[in-house]
Design a protein around this ligand. Structure first.
Ligand SMILES: Cc1cc2nc3c(=O)[nH]c(=O)nc-3n(C[C@H](O)[C@H](O)[C@H](O)COP(=O)(O)OP(=O)(O)OC[C@H]3O[C@@H](n4cnc5c(N)ncnc54)[C@H](O)[C@@H]3O)c2cc1C
Length: 354
């Protein structure tokens, strides 16, 4: 069994650089080790925090009073689907501890299409199904074929189909019952093609100089996404303090017809995306800016990114979760006061509340 260390500070393991010490800290190098560590902790009644790349976490300044398990499992297996329906596709099964962007870079280099617009997103493969990671018109729900999980409620290892994962916008069935399923590996079904999936995001299409729906060389899609992301401080860069964040701190609110009508009265002509199911998605960045919180808005040692309204940052890395959440509350409450819409945090809060 892997070594356990006491009192390891968690801030260096998160991109926001917040988090006090873990009571105990260990690393899992194989699926079996990961299952055994978590099963034993569960047996002992010890709280567990699974740590991937720490890019979607706000950890309390008091740390975590339990066992933190860092996932460092490795391995990528590539197979062709056996059914005729799978012609032209490749199945890529990836261990949870693999770096997501390194996987995307490999897919682009190999000519496997379907995840190229998810270039530059930090974190590990095992976290991608949890919040259905997405950007620039793609999300992993479009390519996940199966997720191998350890179910802590039943003590069994099994494979979930994409349908069983219950994917929605930045959401999945895993979030209904947080912590129950440990993701051990993810299988993505990708198209063997030198071309990207149809470009579905206006800003990306404009950058590429193509119409929505066009397909472009995979490498061009990746480069354009990386350029757009760098311009917004959305690619981790030790030299860019705006990237000391957890990415977007708030999700775009999705309103029912009544709430949407109420917002339209308060803010006639506001930007909106009408969804096929009748709901309306509102850009959270617009709400935040128009509630009086511009880019670069500062409160002590924390601020809104100077490049992207949705990212709350800890530029020096010296602020704690308490300061960061005070800013998050101010923004959330300000938006509610002005527009009557509650923003919801995207990162997972550990030992703290918004
Ligand atoms: C600069 C920046 C840009 C970002 N841009 C985007 C973006 O464009 N789109 C987007 O969707 N997200 C974005 N994010 C958020 C983040 O990168 C993703 O959510 C990512 O998938 C988190 O991966 P992680 O390994 O760092 O997860 P962590 O932060 O380590 O963990 C997140 C949650 O998943 C759980 N978890 C981790 N691994 C497992 C596992 N194997 N099994 C079960 N549970 C697990 C953790 O316990 C925690 O609850 C961005 C973040 C940053 C810092």
């Amino acid at each position: 069994m892997a070594d356990r260390l006491a009192g390891v500070p968690l801030a260096p393991y998160t991109t926001l650089r917040t988090g006090g010490p873990a009571r105990a800290f260990t690393q899992a190098r194989t699926q079996d080790e990961l299952v055994a560590i978590v099963a034993e902790a569960d047996h002992e009644g010890e709280p567990v925090l699974v740590l991937g790349g720490g890019s979607n976490l706000v950890v309390s300044d008091d740390g975590f009073d339990g066992l933190v398990v860092r996932v460092v499992t490795r391995g990528v297996d590539v197979t062709a689907p056996t059914s005729a329906a799978g012609d032209g596709r490749v199945l890529v099964t990836v261990q949870a501890g693999e770096d997501w962007d390194a996987l995307v870079a490999r897919c682009v280099a190999e000519g496997w299409s379907g995840v190229e617009c998810l270039s530059g997103i930090p974190g590990l493969v095992g976290s991608t199904p949890i919040q259905n990671v997405g950007a620039y018109g793609q999300d992993v729900s479009q390519t996940v074929a199966a997720v191998r999980v350890y179910d802590r409620a039943t003590g069994e290892v099994g494979d979930l189909t994409a349908a069983e994962c219950g994917f929605a916008y930045r959401h999945s069935a895993f979030k209904h019952d947080p912590g129950r399923h440990m993701v051990l590996a993810v299988t993505y079904a990708l198209e063997r093609s030198p071309l990207s999936g149809p470009v579905a995001y206006k800003e990306l299409a404009t950058r590429l100089g193509v119409e929505i729906g066009a397909r472009v060389p995979l490498a061009d899609a990746r480069e354009a996404v990386l350029e757009l992301r760098r311009g917004k401080g959305m690619v981790l860069d030790p030299d860019d303090p705006d990237t000391r964040s957890a990415g977007s701190f708030f999700t775009n609110p999705v309103l029912g017809p009544e709430e949407a009508a109420a917002l339209a009265l308060r803010a006639p002509g506001h930007p909106r995306w009408d969804m096929p199911d009748g709901t309306v998605k509102i850009p959270a960045a617009w709400l935040i800016e128009n509630a009086g919180f511009p880019k670069g808005y500062e409160r002590g040692r924390v601020r809104i990114s100077t490049k992207h309204t949705l990212a709350l940052t800890n530029p020096s890395g010296e602020a704690g979760a308490t300061e960061l959440l005070a800013l998050a509350r101010e923004v959330r409450d300000g938006v509610h006061e002005k527009f009557g819409v509650w923003l919801v945090n995207e990162p997972v809060l550990v030992g703290v509340r918004l």
